[in-house]
Ligand binder design. Structure first.
Ligand code: SF4
Length: 525
């Protein structure tokens, strides 16, 4: 059995650290006896695993993708140790398959799913609002507003997970993940692992077992609803009752700054909603305003409760980030954004980036380029303007196949990074071989996961702690998949040879992989 820390924070010693939300959450998880953590890098979540990797007591890994990471971390929780999975919002899409059924099967030890959304799309291809996953998967959602709260909530989430036999989602956003604060921290409280227990009725989701577990999770939701009503993270602050806000996450801090004398119901145990507290608070204030970033998640629920006097943000605020100037408008109901306009500084490939060479060739040859997620996505912008699609991880390979099936005679190339190829490109390549597809896949191998700050992956031969491990040979992998031609070339200093190679492969009626290998200029070797 877990030792006595379930549901309780360790005694905080007189130590304070200046931590970001991601660092504070990692520290809080370490304090609460976390034993295993897994993730694939993704802004704004990456620093959670990087911080956990500094604690020797935690078994930490960069997994090859989010589905794998989720399953590894969940497996540890089924095995009886506290574990954590972290990702950015689009990463959760990759992990949705195990998430949905792990919600049924539950856990042996605490399991936390930390998802960092990116309102405003600073580094993302869409603007999902992960809070809905709580309703969809019938899982509890906690939402911190600050680094200090992230530290406290992760311990609470592990305790809730164990008490209610459920994965628990912690919803963060860029501003909570990356804001720094002076955080009170405590020592680690060791938690004993539980013995490996066989319980096929709980962990083998055949239809008969799943039907029983579905019944369980509906009842679990009701118990979680009662816990939400009592949670200290659903906090009522009654001051001037002429104006009251129902809010959560970073919006709470923006509102406190703009309306310091107003009353608040701050939702931290966000889902299931604390209906009684919401209704009671609504009756205590004269003017009630619901403020949240992105989708009307709280708003829709307040409407369902029939609270007619509540005011909501104009629909035009359902995208991008909030801020004090925007909040004024949210209260007045005017759809006006007075955020000061700053000179725009579009991102671009670094000077000296090896991708310049590859994209100069693709531009010169006038090919249609199916792109992927990585630094090289920036090649869609001037001066190269030579990347023409970017949907999700792995799609550089598969969209290339689809485009060629639509236009077999056109010059089409798929591009994908080394880390992204391992994440989800290789399955598309196997599909292309199996289905007799032709064409070219250009793997832009910069020997790192550059876009998120230079993390290791299987083809770098180093672990998250920079320890040597078996190195994946990308060329051998592509040959093993059955690709007709596999070439490795350094694009820097060999632009003419790369151009000639691409031209030859475009003319050939074969499936080719060209690995353009040159390290990112920003990684240390
Ligand atoms: S970080 Fe590395 S791979 Fe990315 S643009 Fe800069 S040099 Fe190129």
């Amino acid at each position: 059995m877990a030792k006595a820390n379930a549901g309780k924070m360790p005694a905080i010693q007189a130590q304070r650290l200046f931590l970001s939300g991601n660092e504070a959450l990692a520290h809080g998880a370490w304090e609460a006896g976390l034993a295993v953590a897994a993730a694939y890098p993704g802004t704004p979540s990456t620093e959670i695993l990087e911080t956990l990797a500094t604690y020797s007591e935690v078994d930490v890994q960069w997994s090859v993708n989010e589905k794998v990471a989720y399953e590894v971390a969940y497996g540890a929780a089924v095995g009886g140790v506290r574990s954590l999975f972290a990702c950015k919002h689009v990463g959760l899409n990759v992990a949705m398959d195990p998430l949905m059924t792990s919600a049924y099967a539950g856990v042996e030890a605490g399991f936390v799913v930390v998802v960092c959304d990116d309102p405003g799309m600073h580094s993302s291809q869409n603007e999902q609002d992960t809070r809905w996953v709580g309703i969809y998967a019938k899982l509890p959602v906690l939402e911190p507003s600050s680094p200090s709260e992230a530290r406290q909530m992760v311990a609470e989430a592990l305790a809730i997970s164990e008490k209610f036999d459920t994965p628990v989602i912690i919803h963060m956003t860029t501003r909570v993940s990356h804001t720094k604060e002076d955080v009170a921290v405590g020592p680690r409280v060791p938690v004993e692992s539980k013995p490996l227990r066989i319980d096929a009725a709980k962990y083998v989701m055949t239809p008969a077992n799943a039907r029983r577990r579905h019944d369980f999770i509906e009842k679990r939701l009701e118990k979680l609803r009662a816990a939400s009503e009592k949670s200290k993270f659903n906090k009522v602050e009654l001051k001037d009752t002429s104006l009251g806000f129902i809010t959560g996450g970073i919006s709470y801090l923006y509102l406190k700054e703009t309306y310091p004398d107003a009353s608040f119901l701050k939702l931290g145990f966000l889902y299931p909603f604390c209906d009684e507290k919401i209704s009671e608070f609504a009756g205590q204030v004269k003017k009630l305003v619901v403020v949240e970033e992105l989708d009307p998640f709280i708003e829709d629920h307040v409407k369902q409760l029939g609270i007619r006097k509540a005011k909501f943000r104009h629909p035009s605020f359902r995208q991008g980030e909030l801020g004090p100037a925007v909040l004024e408008d949210a209260v007045s109901g005017q759809a006006k954004d007075e955020t000061p306009s700053l000179p725009s500084r579009p991102p671009r490939l670094c000077a000296g980036c090896p991708h310049w060479a590859s994209f100069s060739v693709l531009k010169k040859l006038g090919v249609f380029v199916a792109g992927d997620i990585g630094c090289y996505t920036l090649a869609s912008m001037p001066p190269t303007s030579s990347l023409h699609t970017c949907i999700c991880m792995g799609a550089g390979v598969t969209l290339q196949e689809g485009l060629r099936r639509a236009h077999p005679g056109e010059k089409i190339v798929g591009v994908i990074g080394d880390s992204t190829f391992v994440h989800s490109g290789v399955t598309g390549l196997i599909n292309a071989v199996y289905n007799k597809s032709k064409g070219i896949v250009l793997i832009l191998d910069n020997s790192t996961t550059a876009m998120t700050g230079g993390q290791q992956h299987p083809a770098t031969g180093l672990t998250i702690r920079n320890e040597p491990t078996k190195q994946l040979d990308l060329a051998a992998l592509c040959r093993a998949c059955g690709v007709d031609n596999v070439d490795v070339i350094d694009p820097c200093g060999n632009i003419a040879q790369l151009e000639q190679l691409v031209q030859e492969r475009l003319k050939a009626d074969t499936l080719s992989v060209i690995i353009a290998k040159h390290p990112c200029k920003l990684i240390k070797r």
